[in-house]
Design a protein around this ligand. Structure first.
Ligand SMILES: [Zn+2]
Length: 385
């Protein structure tokens, strides 16, 4: 590698690092110089004039450094100790151990999820959102994530990874999307212009360029995605004049915990819709021919406030004397008292008896079409647009 190429490579790496971590390029150059053992970039330049050159190993180290970004705040404080502390465990992430517990780490649509036996933590792509800690075990059971020390470690692993994911996202964005100019003007990452003031379609919040850049284009007030952020409040009568400035992220306040624990175990919410679904499925179990299947699918099912369920079956499709045994059994399991009613209304196809002799729906369809052709009008098919 010639000297020119070497420096071009270092500068390119600094540019990438600056962009990923939303810091100025000169700061990134200084950090990279620091990584090579110099106090700053100027020192590195002067050393190189005296014949100093990077070797392959040093270049590899700089590349590794650039790939594992640190939170910008840490770097801006110039904490060299923190800079040198690499996320060693991040390199081997994906699967890892905290104490005796294994975890897996993955990214789903920008969110980072760390999960183990009976627990998971989701760190949103939105830097303003607080992580959600979910447990899937009995509250009495021993779940590692309920132990504060373990939880902090797991949160750190996920948050560090999220920093990296966000950095990758902002690397793809124009530089001006993450770094406001002197007037606070920033460029929308999805090409919706430049402005120092932005508006959230979701919560009608007014957002400064610096705020929105810092929050990676998620609304600091409500967490809406970059898709909901506009430079003009076109939906407002006064073009957003009356909109209130969004408050900086309060969720990360001192007094409140910076995560939320929720019981993630599946809970049965037996709505009328779900009861109807189960009963109808049971009716299909009970149906012994095509006609009865149609009857099951067309049955009117409803529940009342007194734990009753009404099952209304069309008499032409479902024999009046036939008990829907499975449907009754399901009702009982759900603690419902079933009432079977026979009704007579319009049925979708004439000659319901055909459905009793056909062995399949295709056979029934053919018989039904033939019958219409012979005794009725032509199929009344709605033309597709
Ligand atoms: Zn909002």
């Amino acid at each position: 590698m010639t000297e020119t190429n070497e420096f071009r490579r270092l500068k390119a790496l600094a540019k990438r690092y600056a962009r990923a971590n939303r810091i100025a390029q000169h700061q990134a150059l200084d950090l990279i110089a620091g990584e090579l053992g110099f106090r700053n970039w100027v020192k590195l330049i002067s050393a190189s004039k005296k014949g100093w050159q990077t070797d392959t190993e040093q270049m590899a180290r700089v590349e590794a450094f650039v790939m594992s970004p640190l939170p910008a705040a840490t770097i801006l404080k110039g904490d060299s100790e923190a800079m040198n502390r690499r996320f060693a465990y991040l390199e081997q992430a994906e699967h890892g151990m905290i104490g005796d517990h294994t975890y897996r780490l993955q990214e789903i649509l920008g969110d980072v999820i760390i999960a183990g036996e009976g627990w998971s933590i989701r760190v949103s792509e939105n830097p303003g959102a607080i992580p959600i800690v979910e447990t899937y075990t009995d509250p009495e059971a021993d779940c590692p994530v309920l132990d504060p020390e373990f939880r902090q470690k797991a949160l750190k692993v996920a948050r560090d990874w999220a920093v990296r994911v966000r950095a990758e996202i902002s690397t793809d964005w124009p530089r001006r999307s993450t770094k406001p100019d002197l007037n606070g003007v920033v460029r929308h990452p999805l090409g919706r212009g430049k402005s120092a003031v932005w508006f959230c379609l979701h919560c009608d919040g007014k957002i400064t360029g610096a705020q929105i850049a810092e929050n990676l284009w998620h609304c600091p007030g409500c967490g809406a995605s970059p898709l909901d952020i506009f430079d003009t409040a076109f939906w407002s009568d006064d073009r957003g004049e009356s909109f209130l400035p969004v408050k900086a992220n309060e969720a990360v306040g001192q007094d409140q915990p910076d995560f939320q624990i929720v019981d993630g175990r599946p809970k049965l919410d037996l709505t009328e819709e779900k009861i109807i679904l189960l009963i109808r499925t049971a009716l299909l179990d009970d149906a012994s021919n095509i006609s009865e299947k149609l009857g099951a699918l067309l049955a009117e099912i409803s529940t009342d406030d007194e734990n009753g369920v009404w099952i209304e079956l069309e008499v032409d499709l479902w024999p009046e004397k036939k008990d829907p045994v499975q449907a009754l059994a399901v009702s009982q399991l759900l603690g419902l008292e079933a009432e079977i009613i026979s009704s007579s209304s319009t049925i979708p196809f004439a000659w319901p008896g055909l459905g009793e002799i056909a062995t399949s729906t295709s056979e029934y369809t053919q018989m039904m079409l033939d019958a219409y052709a012979q005794y009725g009008g032509l199929p009344n098919r709605k033309a597709k647009e």
